[in-house]
Design a protein around this ligand. Structure first.
Ligand SMILES: [Zn+2]
Length: 448
């Protein structure tokens, strides 16, 4: 990522973590914020003007880019998570480094248009169909890294260990391209991946189904040695809990705790079907929780105990996961609204808390500790929401956070700035000229 030179942004309204501040000047140099001045009622000469509500850039903490090709297709008829997975595998079978690059570039461009400045890509399609290695064994991961660069956003490549189809079962034919054979081989391949200006390398355990218990520690140690983020799909389905109890006599959370996987750099994704003890183990260890409510709704997973988890000390972040939609504001809104339906009471999360989950805490879960704030020293990642669209016009600007979370959508994102670079300007992507066409072509290439 090349950074533009020093510049000044003038924010008509800025979300400063606790309140909306009118008229804020933000100085940026080398991709980072060097100064923030309030009480600046008019744009300084030469400043880039961001009209609307500017907040720290959004972090999409859980993505499988290729699932975007399933949009619409998997909404036909009924089915379960497990029938959905068969359709997903059929698409995964068709990916090559070239087609995956084209699709991910378009998907990450869609994310930029939705205000996302960092994505956590939970990546497990490592090898060719059948499991043959590409000339570069990291060709697929590199395709994703390049796609993020082309779309102008940051990526944390959560390189995922996926070694078995279930407890004590080898990978199925579809899953052979996900597997490195064992965790040592996974670690050896991942160790070659290099961090770059826009890239962090993290680890993932696909699930307790997909990594044998005696190999969990290898993955956890690899992440620990690098102080890298470690993510894991956790108790998304009750069937996983039942199979884990049968194989190991404990819950997936207990199994992870036993093998040293939980901790402050670890994030459990979904954390849906948990016991009270699981909630204590996750919260007490400082393990994060990534909720993906639009996907969890779509797959009829259930509503996880997010409020209890946060109360026990588990920070919340958000992801669009299967990309049924890509809209972090919708994910944030769903947290509160789903909880209202479940409990028939209101006020579980404030807009401020949900924006923190969609930004600072999401970035922290992806290893971007300096992102997610409009303050000196932070990365110059900004997302501006229009306050004059049909959805957002009317409320007072000081209610900008409530308006953004409870009424706005991705369509209201007007500007996305990543490291001081304008990636989305006035609702148009500056690097990918026609994002809908890029999506249509990339998805079409995987059809048939
Ligand atoms: Zn996922």
């Amino acid at each position: 990522m090349t950074h533009p030179p020093t510049r000044t942004y003038w924010l008509e309204h800025a979300w400063l973590d606790t309140h909306v501040e009118p008229g804020v000047a933000v100085e940026v140099a080398d991709g980072a914020i060097t100064a923030v001045r309030t009480d600046v009622p008019a744009p300084p000469p030469g400043a880039e003007i961001l009209r609307g509500l500017t907040m720290p850039g959004l972090a999409n903490a859980h993505s499988h880019a290729f699932h975007r090709a399933l949009r619409g297709t998997v909404q036909v008829g009924s089915g379960t998570f497990w029938t959905w997975r068969e359709v997903m595998y059929a698409v995964a079978d068709k990916l090559t480094p070239q087609t995956y690059h084209a699709l991910a570039r378009a998907v990450y461009a869609e994310m930029a248009l939705a205000g996302v400045t960092s994505v956590g890509e939970f990546h497990y399609v490592h090898h060719a169909p059948g499991g043959a290695r590409y000339a570069d064994p990291n060709a697929m991961g590199e395709a994703l890294i390049e796609a993020a660069a082309d779309a102008g956003i940051r990526i944390t490549l959560l390189d995922t260990a996926y070694l078995s189809s279930g407890f004590g079962q080898p990978p199925t034919a579809h899953q052979l391209r996900f597997s490195d054979g064992d965790a040592e081989a996974w670690a050896e391949r991942c160790s070659v991946l290099k961090e770059r200006d826009h890239v962090r390398i993290g680890a993932a355990i696909h699930s307790v189904r997909a990594v044998p218990a005696d190999q969990l520690e290898t993955v956890a140690r690899w992440a620990d040695e690098r102080r890298a983020p470690l993510h894991v799909h956790l108790s998304e389905q009750t069937a996983e809990n039942d199979a884990c109890r049968e194989a190991h006599g404990c819950t997936p959370t207990q199994l992870l705790a036993l093998h040293g996987v939980l901790g402050p750099r670890t994030t459990g994704v979904h954390n849906t079907h948990l016991t009270a003890e699981d909630v204590s183990l996750i919260g007490g260890s400082g393990t994060g929780t990534c909720m993906c409510p639009t996907t969890e709704r779509d797959l009829a997973d259930g509503i996880g105990p997010a409020v209890a988890l946060q109360n026990e000390g588990s920070p919340l972040c958000l992801g669009s996961d299967s990309h049924a939609v890509i809209d972090l504001l919708e994910e944030a809104r769903a947290m509160e609204l789903d909880e209202r339906l479940r409990t028939r009471t209101r006020g579980h999360w404030t807009a401020a808390t949900l924006l923190r989950a969609a930004s600072a805490d999401g970035h922290a879960a992806l290893g971007w500790q300096q992102a997610g704030a409009i303050e000196a020293g932070a990365l110059a990642d900004l997302t501006t929401i229009a306050l004059d669209s049909v959805r957002t016009a009317g409320p007072l600007p000081r209610l900008g956070a409530e308006t953004a979370v409870f009424a706005a959508s991705a369509a209201d994102v007007r500007h996305t700035v990543v490291g001081g670079r304008h990636v989305v300007r006035d609702g148009a992507h500056t690097l990918v000229p026609d994002v809908p066409q890029a999506l249509a072509q990339a998805v079409d290439a995987l059809r048939g």
